[in-house]
Design a protein around this ligand. Structure first.
Ligand code: ZN
Length: 128
C-alpha cells in the first residue's frame, strides 16, 4: 500500500505505527513481515520509544547538534544536513508479524522522520 504523509514542520517525527498496524490487519497475513519503505532522500523511518514524546525531541536535537544545518557542505541545494540525517535513520524498517500483530517491543513505535519539510511525503508498506 502507498500512503501520503503530510508533514507540517521542517523537522518532525510522525508516529505511523497505527498505519502499519491497519495495513497488516487489512492484509489478513498472520505470520510474516511488514516492510515500511520511505522513497525520499531527506526523510527516513526509524523505530524508537513512543511512550515519552521527549525521546523523539531529544533525538532531533541530538541530530542537530551532530549535523548542524550549515557546516561547510558542498551540496548546492543546501540541505546536506537533511540527507545525512535521513541516511542515518534509514529508508526502511522490517517488523515481524506473529498471530496477525506487529511484534514490536513494549515501548517501540514506528516513526516517519522528516528532515526537510514541510512536504507531502510517501510511505510504502508491504506485508509479505
Ligand atoms: Zn539535496
Amino acid at each position: 500500500m502507498d500512503y501520503l504523509v503530510k508533514t507540517t514542520k521542517n523537522e518532525q517525527f510522525i508516529d505511523i505505527t497505527s498505519l502499519v498496524d491497519e495495513t497488516v490487519a487489512k492484509s489478513g497475513i498472520k505470520d510474516g513481515m511488514a516492510v515500511v519503505f520511505v522513497p525520499h532522500t531527506t526523510a527516513g523511518v526509524t523505530i524508537n520509544e513512543n511512550a515519552d514524546p521527549d525521546v523523539v525531541t531529544d533525538i532531533l536535537s541530538g541530530l542537530n547538534k551532530a549535523f548542524p544545518e550549515k557546516n561547510g557542505y558542498l551540496h548546492m541545494e543546501g540541505n546536506s544536513h537533511a540527507h545525512i540525517k535521513a541516511s542515518l535513520m534509514g529508508s526502511s524498517c522490517n517488523i515481524i508479524i506473529e498471530h496477525g500483530k506487529l511484534k514490536l517491543g513494549t515501548w517501540q513505535g514506528i516513526y516517519f522522520c522528516e528532515f526537510d519539510g514541510p512536504r507531502n511525503r510517501k510511505v510504502y508498506i508491504k506485508v509479505i
